[in-house]
Structure formats: structure tokens, C-alpha cells
Design a protein around this ligand. Structure first.
Ligand SMILES: Cc1ncc(COP(=O)(O)O)c(C=O)c1O
Length: 362
């Protein structure tokens, strides 16, 4: 708050005029990423970041084909809405995109690499040149998944071999929430492009596209990019302060530690509530998969909705995601403590006890 107030009182402009802070922040942020991800471009929203990433990937590869997961959400622009099946269903997805089942180890879908191989075969059949595979690295809208990294690596290798780029959408998973700075770390995905947003400015609209310089150079040689408010000094002040607090307060480590504690608490509760089919996630991004029966693993979406509301009445906010809308999405603030977790567990426990699932729920 202080950083934003100070900047507002000094100078609020757009990005036509250079400002020292944007350079310092860019270097600071790029220092948290692998060396080859060495260029950054700013946008105001995650949607714009993914939109720009799409344009860059298409221009760089000369292709148009994009592979996405079955419940993915990547934004609201024409370009990103067209690759977001969670918005309007599979039918709403553009013909130049292929939709692949997300790698769900709980319900045991086919390996992700098989779906990606099929998608690439479909592109070849339809005369579409692949441009990119884009994944949210915690598969949030798909139900919060932590797949086998070797499966994701194999899928990425196929896309690369077919000439496509790999895009990590870190709008939800980036900035330490998973108990590591970036979601793609250790996930098996080796991205050419990373997109960020949401937590980047702790409430200020700032987002970015980060890529290897040869990709950005090739794009910049042919295409102009400018966005009036993207990377403005106030947004940058918020982003810099966010990064400073993440480090000073060791919030990434906190997400890892408290996340483990929260998941352990949930697991001990699982024995008392048959409707908890699976607990998964990383750091402070946890999914609780509610099922009619742990044997059949049948999702109970309307029940999850009732639990969301029961918890809201007890002043704890969660939402429900996944194809069956039955996975409670637990995504608390990063300074979450063990005692906050205890309160969360109590409220969930009492909500599940008070609201036993009916036999006929589906
Ligand atoms: C994974 C993911 N990508 C992109 C977006 C779009 O970001 P924004 O709402 O800032 O446009 C979101 C927003 O929820 C998201 O969760």
C-alpha cells in the first residue's frame, strides 16, 4: 500500500515515458526465472498476457494450432476465450484448437502424452500447423491436478518436435503459491513462454509475457507492441513491493510449509468423511475432490456447491472447480498460518458433518 501511495503521489504516467523502476523490476523478476527466459513484456491483465503469447507463438512458428486442456481457462479476449473450454464448453472452442483431457491421476485418464499425440495427428489431418501447447501449471479449472512430470515432459517434447512452442500460464500458479516460485518448476513443462498476472501486483492490474529473446526478437522485428497502461509506474511499484514482501516474509516457504500442514489435516479428516475422495495440490493451492462414493469416484457437484455456501456462511471462502464442479478450490492468502489452517479445517469439518451428502446426488 505504501509503495503504491508513494508512486501515485510522485508520478502516474503510461509507458510512453521510460521509468527506472520498470527496468529494475524486470531484472529482478527475470532473476527468478531460468536464464533463457530473459525477455519480459507487460500487459494489464492475464487475458492480455495470454492473448499476446498466442500472437507471439503464432508469428514465431507460422502456425495457428493450439492445444489446451478440457476445462482450461485462459482469458476473455477473442483469442483466449476461443481456447477456454471452461467458458462455453468444448463446442465454443475455435477450430484451430485441439482439446485434450487434463492429466488426472485420481480418475486415471489416459496419459497426457497420448492425448497430445492425437491432437497433433488431428492438426496434421486438418492441415493445421501447430503453434503452441498452453497449460495452467496447476490445472486449476480442470480440478487442480499434479500430474506425473514425465508425462508432461513427453507431451512437451512431441509439441516441440512438431514445431510448436510450450506456454506456461502462471496467472494462477505463479509467484509462490505452489510452495515454489513458479508452477512449471518440477512440473515437467519446460516453457518457451511464461505468462503471469493476478497476484503479480497484489490487486493492481499488472501482468506479463516472459520469453526467450529469440522469440521476442522475431516477433518485434515484424510487429509493434504497445499498451498504454501496461507496466506503468504504479503497477510496477505494486509488483516490486509484492516481490519484496514475498522474499522478506519468506512467503514461498510459508506456502510450502503451511500447505503441507493443511493437506495433512485434510487427510486425517478424510477417514471421517467418505465424501472426500481425493486431496491434492501444492503449497497453498489445494483441491478437495468430493465424490458420491470413493469406489466409483462419481463427482457430486451440487453437494460441493452446498458446501461452498455452508462454509461461506461460516465466513470461509472457497469455490468449486473441475469438470464435475465438485473439487473444492482452496487458495488462501500466502501469509496463511497453521492456526488459520486449523480454523479452515474446523469449518470444513462442521460443514461436511452438518450437510451429509444424499444418496441421489450426482
Ligand atoms: C489460468 C488463468 N489464465 C488467465 C486468466 C485471465 O486473467 P485476467 O482475469 O487477469 O484477464 C485467469 C483468470 O482467472 C486464469 O485463472
Amino acid at each position: 500500500v505504501e509503495a503504491v501511495q508513494k508512486q501515485v503521489s510522485e508520478l502516474v504516467t503510461h509507458t510512453r515515458y521510460l521509468h527506472e523502476s520498470i527496468l529494475a523490476y524486470s531484472e529482478d523478476l527475470l532473476g527468478t526465472l531460468p536464464d533463457h527466459l530473459d525477455n519480459i513484456m507487460y500487459t494489464c491483465t492475464g487475458s492480455e498476457a495470454n492473448d499476446l503469447a498466442m500472437r507471439i507463438a503464432k508469428q514465431f512458428t507460422g502456425g495457428t494450432g493450439v492445444i489446451v486442456t478440457a476445462e482450461a481457462y485462459h482469458g476473455i479476449t477473442t483469442e483466449t476465450g476461443a481456447i477456454s473450454p471452461s467458458l462455453g464448453g468444448r463446442e465454443s472452442v475455435t477450430p484451430w484448437a485441439q482439446v485434450v483431457a487434463a492429466p488426472d491421476s485420481y480418475r486415471g485418464t489416459a496419459p497426457f502424452v497420448d492425448g497430445v499425440a492425437q491432437a497433433l495427428a488431428n492438426f496434421a489431418r486438418d492441415g493445421i500447423t501447430p503453434a503452441a501447447l498452453i497449460v495452467d501449471t496447476i490445472y486449476s479449472a480442470d480440478g487442480i491436478l499434479t500430474p506425473d512430470p514425465t508425462d508432461i515432459t513427453a507431451a512437451g517434447q512431441l509439441v516441440r518436435a512438431a514445431g510448436g512452442l510450450l506456454i506456461a500460464d502462471e496467472v494462477q500458479s505463479g509467484f509462490g503459491r505452489l510452495g515454489r516460485m513458479w508452477g512449471f518448476e518440477g512440473s515437467g513443462l519446460d516453457p518457451d513462454i511464461v505468462t503471469t498476472g493476478k497476484p503479480m501486483g497484489s490487486g493492481q492490474p499488472i501482468a506479463s509475457v516472459i520469453a526467450r529473446h529469440e522469440i521476442v526478437d522475431a516477433f518485434g522485428a515484424k510487429m509493434r507492441y504497445f499498451s498504454t497502461f501496461a507496466g506503468n509506474p504504479v503497477g510496477i511499484a505494486a509488483a516490486q513491493a509484492t516481490l519484496d514482501v514475498l522474499r522478506d516474509d519468506e512467503l514461498v516457504e510459508n506456502a510450502h510449509e503451511v500447505g503441507k500442514y493443511l493437506q495433512a489435516g485434510l487427510r486425517s479428516m478424510q477417514t471421517r468423511h467418505r465424501q472426500i475422495g481425493d486431496i491434492r495440490g501444492a503449497g497453498l493451492f489445494v483441491g478437495i475432490d468430493l465424490v458420491a462414493d470413493p469406489e466409483t469416484k462419481k463427482p457430486i457437484g451440487d453437494y460441493a456447491f452446498d458446501i461452498v455456501n455452508a462454509m461461506r456462511e461460516r465466513r470461509v471462502l472457497v469455490s468449486a472447480v473441475g469438470a464435475g464442479r465438485n473439487v473444492l478450490k482452496v487458495r488462501p492468502p500466502l501469509p496463511f498460518t497453521r492456526s488459520d489452517s486449523d480454523r479452515f479445517l474446523e469449518v470444513l469439518d462442521s460443514s461436511l458433518t452438518d450437510l451429509a451428502p444424499h444418496e441421489d446426488r450426482s
